[in-house]
Design a protein around this ligand. Structure first.
Ligand SMILES: *Cc1c(COP(=O)(O)O)cnc(C)c1O
Length: 432
């Protein structure tokens, strides 16, 4: 670490603090670290330090950073067609991507709407569900049913289905639409599912079915709302209940999609298909912002047959060819790399490596599924202390509240996973 590198980093942080607003941060974010470049599973800070990445840039960089296959695809697309409006025009990268998404997605989904971020993919899913009922002449079906502990995005429609306690319901009371909430699926991933695990949701579905357009959940793994893993059998029962009550089922796989849980999609653990599916995050392997909403023929056909017959949505950067090219390349890598073996290996290494954390004071629960390892604490961490402590350990880990979690790129080596788990244990031992 030379003097000038750390000065450069310091100056960048100071300039940032004058003009930039960071996610979920006050105007002057703290602490803040300047990044110079990334490679594989490593982040190189401007001050010369190197960190092992435990976050995949929020679930996204599944193949590691700067994968040559994705970089080449973006460069080649850049020289041909970087962007063009999608109204009235189409192009190979978008059409091929939609074809390929339908091939890999749970069966029964037959049409793709491309959009530019995860929250918007959920907004579109909600809009599709409401338009479906408007087209059927049932405008009173205008509420959603979801479970506690969910996270579906930061826009107003999506915030309204985030966890009512950890989300922003109290803060934005009176502004958010009012939806129905049931208890979160209480059966752990490998626990036998019993009817009582879904009884609260089943009761609410039965009581309120005449006002409910759709049930929306994150299959198998609830992400930012609580990092909770639940039984795939819950999803099979949920599908039955939705069919019984003629309610649409929406899966938000923005976090779980593309291998993170050990299967291509969370829904694949249960072999269940939703009526509407939202994808995002790792869709482009963490390089470009792109998301998608997949819809069944029954839903799109009903909207086509109603008034106005069109889906009333259309982002300016819809179907961005650069992002579509990156997504193709990421799907190529999912076809050609041993990601399943890697995720399995990482799962075992996270389970073993995080096990000692269970014995630490202040730790409530330790759980692992696929390439996700979670240490749930009894009290929220103090970010001003633990964030620099993780960096001192040479790892990038960004907890929220009581949850310290790892979701490294699938290419992370055993040695690097060891650095991540040892670093987490050391920091929690010192500070939790
Ligand atoms: C991140 C996330 C979103 C929101 O995606 P953005 O790209 O951040 O808007 C929605 N749903 C789930 C499950 C997510 O993990």
């Amino acid at each position: 670490m030379t003097q000038s590198d750390s000065e450069r980093a310091q100056q960048l942080v100071e300039r940032d603090r004058r003009v930039v607003w960071h996610p979920y941060a006050p105007p002057q974010a703290e602490p803040l670290f300047a990044v110079d470049r990334v490679e594989g599973a490593e982040i190189h800070l401007t001050d010369g330090r190197t960190l092992v990445d435990g976050m995949s840039s929020w679930w996204s960089a599944i193949h590691g950073y700067r994968h040559p296959v994705i970089e080449t695809a973006i460069k080649e697309q850049l020289e041909r067609l970087p962007h063009i409006m999608f109204g009235g025009l189409t192009h190979e990268p978008a059409v091929r991507l939609c074809e390929r998404l339908l091939e890999v997605a749970p069966r029964g989904l037959e049409r793709v709407f491309l959009c530019d971020s995860g929250s918007i993919a959920v907004e579109v899913a909600i809009k599709v569900a409401f338009q479906y009922w408007l087209s059927r002449g049932r405008p009173e079906r205008n509420r959603l049913l979801t479970v506690e502990g969910g996270y579906h995005g930061d826009t107003f429609a999506t915030m309204a289905v985030c966890d009512p306690v950890n989300g922003m319901h109290d803060f934005f009371r009176g502004v958010l639409p009012d939806h129905r909430f049931a208890e979160r699926p209480s059966c752990r991933f490998d626990e036998p599912f019993e009817e009582h695990h879904i009884a609260d949701l089943a009761g609410k579905l039965e009581r309120h079915r005449d006002e409910i357009a759709a049930v929306i959940v994150e299959p198998v793994v609830q992400g930012a709302g609580g990092m909770w893993f639940y039984s795939p059998a819950y999803l099979r029962r949920l599908r039955e209940l939705c069919d019984e009550h003629d309610v649409l089922l929406v899966f938000d796989e923005i976090a779980t999609g593309f291998g993170r849980t050990g299967e291509m999609f969370g829904a694949d653990h249960a072999d269940v298909s939703p009526d509407i599916l939202s994808l995002g995050k790792s869709l482009t392997g963490g390089t470009m912002t792109l998301a998608a909403t997949l819809v069944s023929e029954r839903v799109s056909g009903t909207i086509a047959a109603g008034e106005p017959g069109a889906l009333m949505h259309g982002p300016t950067y819809m179907g961005n060819p650069l992002a579509c090219a990156a997504a193709h390349a990421s799907l190529d890598l999912l076809e050609t790399t041993p990601w399943r073996e890697n995720v399995k290996r990482i799962e075992n290494e996270l389970r073993e490596g995080l096990a000692p954390c269970s014995a630490l004071p202040g730790v409530g629960d330790v759980r692992t599924l696929g390439a996700i390892g979670v240490v749930e604490l009894e009290a929220p961490v103090d970010m001003k202390i633990v964030q620099p402590a993780f960096v001192e350990q040479g790892i990038w880990v960004r907890p929220f509240g009581k949850l310290v979690y790892l979701m490294p790129p699938f290419v992370t080596s055993s040695e690097q996973i060891g650095e991540l788990t040892r670093g987490v244990e050391a920091v929690l031992r010192a500070h939790a």
